[in-house]
Design a protein around this ligand. Structure first.
Ligand code: AKG
Ligand code: FE2
Length: 354
């Protein structure tokens, strides 16, 4: 199809980016500094801003988070150094079909089409093994040798610790905005399966045909994303399906409401569909932190979020099984696409009438 790019990367015509994109100028930017004051400042305004952003957008940016710029710079520099390693060093850390959870990878297939990117993933807390079943994921990080990349692991762990603190602050704000106990969501994250990732999107000869990340919704609880100033993150506007570019805001993090919050809130908050567009000149880096619950969590709408007038819109599902299927599905192209969307657990209208 294209002389300078393999067909594996080519998106179906309806999913190709149509340039130029509209800039999303009004994605909410939320200053969370009242959360960090001792004693905490008045949070009412903050909680209601967050509620509107989560309800209407499913995505917002946070500033006033208190994370030192140096923490971000060190993680970013570590990422640059990692991808500059010789291919044979990266190959040692490569995801394998038997252990497709974390490590280095450059063949992820979101929506069964290859993404134009390379990634390094790790678990900030290695989760306990799932059990005896042979088919299960191996939860073991694959770090480079310290001699090859001095300070790499420290820089990423420092960044992950900051993200964890921020993630728990956001969970508290979300809980407050739903009139739940401030720590009500915290209990889901005991043996968390959170993943941190560094994405490197190289310049692409055909940004009109390929994507750095195919369209998707994040399946965990929350994603906190650093993006550099190149730009490429696009979100899909709900009311008309139009794709908009999220302009990078220096010093901010992008927060995505994930599918789990959508299910827990029985659709009061909704995750946002997004993707990454490419360009032919610049390398782009981003660092997502995917806050995921404990492996054996049963996911279903929270009792407090349902009523006789608003019955549960989702069937229960097991996070570990879903997580494992989704990680495995993205490992390669399948003849028949595997359904790894949270939407598969939505009750059909006939299920509701029991
Ligand atoms: O690189 C980005 O801006 C977004 C990445 C993303 O959506 C993901 O890794 O899930
Ligand atoms: Fe994403």
């Amino acid at each position: 199809m294209s002389a300078d790019m393999e067909d594996a990367f080519v998106q179906a015509p309806e999913h190709r980016p149509k340039m130029p994109l509209i800039q999303a100028t009004d994605v909410p930017v939320i200053d969370i500094s009242p959360m960090r004051m001792l004693p905490p400042g008045n949070m009412d305004a903050l909680v209601s801003e967050l509620s509107v952003a989560s309800r209407e957008w499913g995505i917002f940016m946070v500033v006033g988070h208190g994370i030192p710029e140096g923490t971000v710079t060190r993680a970013l520099e570590a990422g640059h150094a990692f991808f500059a390693l010789p291919a044979e060093k990266k190959a040692v850390m490569r995801r394998t079909e038997a252990a497709p959870a974390v490590g280095y990878f450059d063949e992820e297939h979101l929506q069964n089409i290859r993404d134009w990117k390379e990634v390094f993933d790790f678990f900030p807390h290695e989760p306990p093994p799932v059990g005896e079943v042979e088919d299960n994921l191996v939860f073991k990080n694959k770090w480079p040798e310290e001699d090859d990349l001095p300070g790499f692991r420290d820089a990423l762990e420092e960044y992950a610790n900051s993200m964890e603190e921020l993630a728990f602050m956001l969970l508290e704000l979300i809980a407050r905005s739903l009139n739940l106990r401030p720590d009500q969501l915290h209990g889901f994250f005991g043996d968390q399966t959170t993943i941190m990732r560094i994405n490197r999107y190289p310049p692409c000869p055909r940004p009109d045909l390929a994507l750095g990340n195919g369209r998707h919704k994040d399946s965990g609880a929350l994603t906190i994303l650093y993006q550099d100033d190149v730009g490429g993150l696009d979100i899909r506007r709900r009311f008309d399906g139009e794709w908009l570019r999220v302009k990078p805001v220096h010093g901010s993090f992008v927060v995505n409401i994930g599918d789990l919050i959508q299910v827990w809130t029985n659709d009061k908050y909704e995750s946002v569909e997004h993707r990454v567009s490419l360009n032919s000149e610049k390398v782009r880096f981003s660092i997502p932190y995917f806050l995921n619950p404990s492996i054996n969590t049963i996911i279903e709408p929270l009792q407090e979020m349902v009523s006789t007038e608003d019955p549960p819109k989702y069937n229960s599902y097991n996070w570990g099984e879903f997580f494992s299927t989704r990680r495995k599905a993205g490992f390669k192209k399948h003849v028949v696409q595997i359904n790894t969307e949270t939407a598969q657990f939505r009750k059909q209208s006939t299920d509701c009438v029991e």
